[in-house]
Design a protein around this ligand. Structure first.
Ligand code: PLP
Length: 416
C-alpha cells in the first residue's frame, strides 16, 4: 500500500532541530553563521562526570522502568539542598530526557485539555495533539514580560466549556523561549487559582538550576498536591545528548495515574540507558563540583544576557533581560513599518530573510505559539566556547561571535 499524506499524522521535525540543520548547511557552504537558533548548552560536561560515564560503560543490564533508586535518591537530595524541594524518591520517574516524560504524563489521560501559555517551548503542543488532547493557548504580553497573571488565568478557567475533562497546565520557568521567571509572590497568587480549579500543573523546571536569581521560587511550594515537576541533566549539566530527565509526580495525584505513566514508559522506552543513569548519579552526588559549575555558568550567562539585551534595546528593539537559562525573546514590532517595506510581515519571514541575508539564525515567534503576524523571535545566546569557564577567568569570558551576530542583526534592521 502506498503511504500518502492522508495516511499520516502531520508532524514535521521540531523547528529547533531544523534550524540547526539549515545553519549547518550554510556553514558547510563556507558561509558565516551566527547560531542563535538552536538552544543547546554551550558548556562541556565536567571531566569527573564524563569519567563516571566511561567507567560505567559495562553496565549493560536493563534498569527498572521507574529508574535506578540510587539515582532517584541522589536527585532528591540534590534538589532538596539546592531548591529546598521535599521530594519522595519513590515518586520520581527517570526517562531518556524530560521531553518523553512530559509526553507520558499527557498520554496517561484518555482525554484532557492542555493549556499552554504563548509563547512556550515548541514541543508541548505537538505532544498534546499526539496524545489526542485539546490544546488551548493562553496569550501573554510583552508588557507583562510574557508571563501569565492570576487574573488572566482566572478569566480563562472560569469560562472553560468542558469542566469535566482534566486540565493540564504547562508552566515553564525560567522560560524557553523568553528567559523570564516568576517571583515567589506571583507564584503564590497563581497557585491559589490553580488550586481553586483543580488544575494539574506540569512545572517544567529544566532551567531552574540556571536561574540567575538567588531566591529561586517554585510553584510546588504553594501547590504541592497538584504540581508535577520535570527536570533533568540537559541544561544545568550541559548534557542534552545524554538524554537523562525525570519527573516528580506528587502522591496526591494517586497511584492509578502514577502507574499509568510508568506503564506507558514501559511500553515505549523501557528505561533510560543504564550507563547514563550511573553517571547521572555521580553528577547529582558531586555537590561541590555542581555548585562551582553552576556558579560559573550563571555568571557567564547573566553577563551575556545583559550585554545582548542592552545592545538590542539601545537599537530600539523591545526585549527583557533573561532571569535564567540562555534565551531572549526580542519583539521587533516597533519596526513593523520598516519591515513591511521589505515585505516582512510575519516572524517566519523575519527569521528566514535574516538568516539568508546575514547568517544570523533566530527561531520565529510562531514556532512558540505566537500569532504568525507577531514580529517576535527567540534568540539563544549560546554561540560561544563554554569551556572557557573552566579557566577560572569567568569574568573575562569571550563571546565575540555573539557580539558580532548582534551587531549584524542591528545593522540589517537599520538598513533602509
Ligand atoms: N523543556 C524545555 C523548556 C526545553 O527547552 C527542553 C529542551 O530544549 C526540554 C523540556 C527537553 O529537555 P530534555 O533534554 O530533558 O528532554
Amino acid at each position: 500500500m502506498a503511504i500518502t499524506a492522508s495516511n499520516l499524522r502531520s508532524y514535521t521535525e521540531s523547528q529547533t532541530l531544523l534550524i540547526n540543520q539549515q545553519s549547518n548547511r550554510r556553514a558547510m557552504n563556507g558561509e558565516q553563521v551566527f547560531r542563535f537558533g538552536f538552544g543547546q548548552s554551550p558548556f562541556p560536561v565536567p571531566n569527573e562526570i564524563c569519567s563516571a560515564l566511561a567507567n560505567s560503560a559495562a553496565r549493560k543490564e536493563y534498569m527498572s522502568v521507574q529508574g535506578d533508586y540510587k539515582l532517584r535518591d541522589a536527585i532528591t537530595c540534590f534538589h532538596r539542598r539546592k531548591e529546598n524541594k521535599r521530594w519522595d524518591a519513590n515518586q520520581i520517574i527517570i526517562g531518556p530526557g524530560s521531553k518523553i516524560l512530559i509526553y507520558c504524563l499527557m498520554a496517561a489521560f484518555h482525554r484532557a485539555e492542555v493549556v499552554i501559555p504563548a509563547p512556550s517551548w515548541v514541543s508541548y503542543a505537538p505532544q498534546a495533539k499526539l496524545a489526542g488532547h485539546k490544546v488551548s493557548w493562553l496569550q501573554t504580553t510583552v508588557d507583562n514580560k510574557w508571563r501569565i497573571t492570576p487574573q488572566e488565568l482566572y478569566d480563562f478557567l472560569i469560562i472553560r466549556d468542558d469542566q469535566q475533562i482534566p486540565l493540564l497546565f504547562i508552566f515553564n520557568y525560567p522560560s524557553n523561549p523568553t528567559g523570564q521567571s516568576y517571583t515567589r509572590t506571583e507564584l503564590k497568587e497563581l497557585a491559589k487559582v490553580f488550586k481553586q480549579f483543580n488544575v494539574i500543573v506540569i512545572a517544567d523546571e529544566i532551567y531552574s538550576l540556571l536561574s540567575y536569581e538567588t531566591d529561586y521560587a517554585t510553584l510546588e511550594e504553594f501547590y504541592p498536591s497538584g504540581t508535577i515537576t520535570s527536570s533533568g541533566m540537559s541544561k544545568w549539566c550541559g548534557a542534552g545528548g545524554w538524554r537523562l530527565g525525570f519527573v516528580h509526580v506528587p502522591e496526591a495525584l494517586g497511584k492509578a495515574y502514577f502507574n499509568s505513566v510508568i506503564g506507558i514508559a514501559s511500553e515505549t522506552y523501557s528505561c533510560a540507558a543504564s550507563p547514563i543513569q550511573v553517571a547521572a548519579t555521580a553528577a547529582y552526588e558531586l555537590h561541590e563540583l555542581a555548585d562551582t559549575f553552576l556558579t560559573s555558568q550563571i555568571l557567564a550567562l547573566s553577563h551575556i544576557s545583559s550585554y545582548c539585551s542592552k545592545t538590542l534595546r539601545q537599537a530600539g528593539i523591545v526585549v527583557h533581560e533573561a532571569q535564567g537559562g540562555f534565551y531572549l525573546f526580542p519583539d521587533f514590532s516597533l519596526f513593523t513599518e520598516e519591515l513591511k517595506q521589505r515585505d516582512i510581515i510575519s516572524s517566519q519571514q523575519l527569521t528566514s530573510t535574516l538568516l539568508s541575508e546575514t547568517g544570523v539564525a533566530l527561531l520565529p515567534g510562531s514556532a512558540f505559539g505566537m500569532p504568525n503576524s507577531s514580529l517576535t523571535a527567540r534568540l539563544a545566546f549560546v554561540d560561544f566556547d563554554g569551556a572557557q569557564i573552566f579557566n577560572n577567568q569567568v569574568h573575562i569570558i569571550e563571546f565575540n561571535k555573539i557580539k558580532a551576530g548582534i551587531n549584524r542583526l542591528i545593522t540589517w534592521l537599520e538598513q533602509r
